[in-house]
Design a protein around this ligand. Structure first.
Ligand code: 0L1
Ligand code: MG
Length: 248
């Protein structure tokens, strides 16, 4: 087994056994980190999971500054991570889950990694969304390459009703989770969610990641993530409506 496959196994076992692990340590480059992420995905698809889309992280200027990076990061979503709007989600599936409000885009056609087509023309619907993140690292302590290898903490997602494509710049977003209420604007996503699509193309080009018709793209968090605990969490996006999930 290669070193990268061994790291993928470590992360996969952490997720399956719900046991956090320490940082992978120095010596990995960003290309290696995406290779580990792909190997983790391969383990999941070998167990029967199906790739359903991608997610972006570090799309807020504040989070980029905090991590000292200027590049968004990409993770992969599978059908095993998806829950229906309003569904119960069993918290014991996770290590230390957090939840955050997002915008989802749906792709209308395949986009190869070197395809020059404007990605905006390949989106056929938008929706409010919630993402559950669950770092496989202890206390969510990780480096930039650690978090890419760990599939950018991807663990779950919920999509609300799909709407026709529209300008989503500066829409008010409210996250309500138990007694915690956070309010933000879609401007937190690189100034406008559509910029996340362009950033996504750059990451896909650099790391040779193709996109497929019907896949969803989570554009990045609008507010800070909050602990995902028992009870209802709701994300409300002005003009798009609500999406809800219940931790049980
Ligand atoms: O979806 C995200 O923005 C999370 C990216 C990974 C960082 C984290 O786990 O907080
Ligand atoms: Mg997110």
């Amino acid at each position: 087994m290669s070193t990268l496959e061994a790291l993928a196994e470590r992360l996969d076992v952490a997720q399956l056994s719900r046991t956090a692990i320490p940082s992978l340590g120095d010596g990995l480059g960003i290309g290696d980190a995406y290779a580990v992420q792909s190997a983790v995905l391969a383990r999941r698809t070998a167990r029967g999971e199906r790739l359903t889309g991608v997610k972006l992280g570090f799309t807020s200027k504040a989070k980029m500054a905090q991590m000292g990076v200027s590049e968004v990061i990409l993770g992969r979503l599978t059908d095993a991570m998806r829950s229906d709007d309003g569904a119960d989600v069993v918290l014991s599936r996770f290590i230390h889950p957090r939840i955050e409000p997002e915008i989802a885009f749906r792709l209308s056609r395949d986009i190869e990694s070197d395809d020059p087509t404007d990605i905006e023309s390949c989106v056929d619907a938008v929706a409010p969304a919630l993402e559950i993140i669950d770092s496989r690292y202890r206390d969510f302590r990780f480096t930039h390459v650690d978090v890419v290898a760990d599939n950018t903490s991807a663990a779950g997602y919920v999509i609300g009703a799909w709407h026709p494509v529209q300008d989503l710049t500066n829409r008010a977003v409210r996250l309500l989770s138990g007694r915690t209420e956070l309010v933000g604007s879609t401007a937190a996503i690189l100034g406008a969610p559509v910029r996340a699509l362009h950033a996504l193309r750059g990451v896909c080009r650099d790391h040779r990641i193709p996109l497929r018709a019907g896949q969803i793209v989570l554009a990045g968090a609008v507010t800070a993530a909050v602990p995902f605990t028992r009870g209802v969490t709701t994300c409300d996006v002005a003009g798009l409506g609500m999406v809800t999930v219940r931790g049980v």
